[in-house]
Design a protein around this ligand. Sequence first.
Ligand code: ADA
Length: 579
Amino acid sequence: MIRTFQQHRLRSSRLLDGLWDFVFDKSNVGLAEGWHERFPGGADRMPVPACWNNELGKYDYEGVAWYRTRVTCEEAGHLRLIFHAVMGHADVYWDGRHLGHHFGGYTPFGFTMPNEEAGEHELVVRTDSTLEKNTLPTHAVDWFHYGGIIRPVELQQLPDVSIGGLRITYEMTGESTAQVQVSVSLQSLSAASAEVPVTLFRDGAAFHSETVTLPAGGTATLQVSQEWSGLRRWEASAPALYLIRAVAGTDDWTDRIGFRTIETKGKKILLNGKELYLQGVNRHEEHPEWGFAFPNKLMTKDLDIILQMGCNTIRGSHYPQSEYWLDLLDERGVLFWSEIPIWGAFLPKVDTADPILVERALTMMDEMIERDLHHPCILFWSVHNEIDTRSQEAYDLSVKLTGLVRCKDRSRPVTYATMHPLEDICLGLFDVIGINYYNGWYQGHVDRFAGLLEAFHERCREYGAEDTPVLMTEFGGAGIYGDTGWEPRLFSEDYQAHIVSRALQIFRADPLVSGTYIWQFADIRGDVRSDRSYFRDRARSFNNKGLVNEYRKPKLAYRVVKGIYTGRTDHYDWGSTLI
Ligand code: ADA
């Protein structure tokens, strides 16, 4: 399932997931040799969705690979093909015809194919996972870069007039009242003009009906604005959700919203007018057996583990995560920090001004907001991580990205994570500031956090950010699972637990800090390469700063953080898990 609820009941939709033909194109000759028309013989088989690096013998391949499947359509008609995420470049061919290209990795893209014939069709995808200086992320990045079709592929049948999108926005006008705008875009693939009855439903009850006229092959938008009352707010303790459905002729589209406000006031972050203290972790959507093709079932378990630890928020480091995951967070009342993969620790400042990188960043940001705008769980949009925010280039990029976010969505704060808190010149551009800092690990003794924060608050005053909330968005250290002893040695579970708990103590005592995101939830594969010097401290080729290991087994730090976040010192409270 792509979502936790059914988006279409009338529109027929099927997943093309399964075993596809697959071949690496290590010398990149496929285009010249026309593989989209004549797929090479003797190809392998590859699961879709999946990352090829998780299959035997394919671990470290980065580059071009081709996929092919055959699709049988029982009837002639219009089709919509949706890729929910393909890593890097994707070129899609249908019966040899180039449908289009997408660059990205974590956001969906699709193609509408009118008047297709019944019978068997061939679908070919050329992917390229190569990382370069202007890809997102770039070639120097601290996570394993998997390749492949990582999320489902969906094929829908469209009627002559179909719904192109459903957009719901609102403004709370009182505790339980809101001014709600619903906009339904309609498209016609018919040679004749059409009159289409459209009905809108909230949780199954119709609230608007109207007939819309579409010219032949044209588009139209239905816009409705209504004051709604008797609404329940989306709160962490009671995350009320509403299904909004549009039915237009023989097509339908359902999405889900929750009513809440997010604001900042001085150094505080307010949810529904109430002050929030954020207790979080950073989570990569990654697992050593599945890579980025993270199974839905494991998402439920990740979330259970994180909630049991006492978190009320998660940072989706460092890229747009699955829609299914966001649906789960909506349902469980967990707040989410959503970001795009501009990972800058090793990114030269000149590269942040590369027009291709800037264009790709704006596109991915736009696609992420388009996909996820309705999720009440999303608390912040974050535009970059650890770029050189001492530089004019980073300032200019921040202006462009924050401008785009504010133009698309004014209902959420825009944020970023800085690794240069004392030299950052971008502080005044954001609604919330995140600090990534590793005292106790890369940068001296953990106790130095108190002095760092004092100096940082002073700098905020100089840069017009004295009323901007501050979060500690990364801190921690590596602890190798199972390595414990009588002294807290570096890389032991003991030392990791010590620095995380000491850092939390300092941050929680600072009234100007509004919350913490520990680095990180689970150990992840690192991008350790024999020809590069980065990440030589990544033992086992993993970033070992997880509170749980890559198989989600708890380390000492997990239990210690659970004690702090839940306010219970009994770290070995097994809850209802013991019979
Ligand atoms: C950075 C970065 C993370 C991770 C971390 C670490 O802060 O944002 O992705 O690389 O450092 O483990 O060093």
